[in-house]
Design a protein around this ligand. Structure first.
Ligand SMILES: [Zn+2]
Length: 329
């Protein structure tokens, strides 16, 4: 748990419907195309997020991209494999954020032959961003003045980082290339210095589905560890791929037209953050452009505005246009 993340979370919690009693989420798989499913992540009240999980049917089993943060996300993945009677043949991590990798150890325990494919960026993160996050998390636990669910998530994140070696890849993705995962040929792409120091995104030529990880997130781009220039370049490369459906790291699947809107809004947001416009104006322009992509309702609009203001002022402008984690020149 980083301080930055916690501020964003607090902002989310304030906007969440407090009157709704929290229930354990039960994410269910949705068919996206032939042989492709989405197990949606989400943000339960007072909780940290789970990223989306994308599953591809492969000749030798299932290829699972991203394993969530909470037990319920990994359980949904295991239940899906059991229901279909197919083993998990390979795991891909789009990036090292804990809402995408925390389920790795449990999935590998259930399917020991599965290898984890990811960039090596988690190594630096375990020694830096994640270690610092765990340190501030311990302080929050000690203070204890946060909602029970939030404290539970903080404790879970600390435990994941303490056993961080188990989150690392078995096979390091060091460049973009076509690979056979579980016998399925996928374009496995590396986007360096984007949402993290090394983001992996997939393109399945058979289904024409792209799985973008956190290169695409709503209601705002999660810029906590970002290099905006590399991220923008990665979005151009995704755009140049002939996908028909794109599954983001957070949020609902998109058509090409909708991704086009996101890409345009992202570029405009980074330009705005580098200008003399106010953070409120930059966030309002973002929110206006992506409004067709957001869940309906005022809550989501307020989240988009609030989170974007935070990223413009406290992440980008506070560090001369890049997040504090960005090492790119
Ligand atoms: Zn995420």
């Amino acid at each position: 748990m980083s301080r930055l993340k916690l501020i964003a979370l607090t902002a989310l919690a304030l906007l969440a419907p407090w009157s709704v009693e929290a229930q354990t989420p039960k994410p269910a798989a949705q068919a996206i195309a032939t042989g492709v499913w989405l197990i949606p992540g989400g943000i339960a009240p007072r909780r940290q997020p789970d990223g989306n999980t994308v599953i591809f049917a492969a000749p030798k089993g299932l290829v699972v991209m991203d394993t969530g943060r909470h037990a319920w996300q990994r359980q949904a993945i295991l239940d899906f494999a059991t229901a279909r009677g197919r083993p998990i043949a390979a795991i891909v991590n789009s990036h090292w954020h804990l809402d995408h990798v925390s389920g790795n150890p449990d999935l590998k325990r259930a399917y020991p032959a599965a290898r984890v494919y990811a960039s090596s960026a988690i190594d630096e993160a375990l020694a830096g961003f994640l270690a610092k996050g765990a340190e501030s998390g311990r302080a929050y636990l000690k203070a204890g003045d946060l909602p029970k669910e939030t404290l539970e998530d903080i404790a879970g994140d600390i435990a994941a980082v303490e056993a961080g070696a188990a989150l690392r890849p078995d096979v390091v993705i060091a460049r973009s290339q076509t690979r056979s995962l579980g016998g399925l040929r996928l374009a496995v792409n590396l986007a360096p210095d984007a949402a993290t120091a090394g983001d992996v995104w997939l393109y399945d030529p058979a289904s024409r589905v792209a799985a973008a990880g956190d290169l695409v997130t709503l209601p705002a781009p999660f810029l906590d560890t970002a290099c905006p220039d590399g991220w923008r370049e990665a979005l151009d490369q995704v755009w140049a791929t002939p996908f028909t459906i794109l599954i983001p790291g957070h949020g609902a699947p998109m058509t090409r037209a909708r991704f086009g809107l996101y890409r345009q809004a992202f570029a405009a947001l980074i330009d705005c953050a580098a200008s003399t416009e106010t953070k409120e104006a930059c966030a309002a322009a973002w929110t206006r452009t992506v409004q067709p992509l957001l869940e309906p309702g005022l809550v989501e609009l307020k989240r988009a505005q609030g989170m974007t203001e935070y990223y413009v002022a406290d992440v980008l402008r506070a560090h001369e246009g890049n997040s504090a984690s960005c090492r790119a020149a």
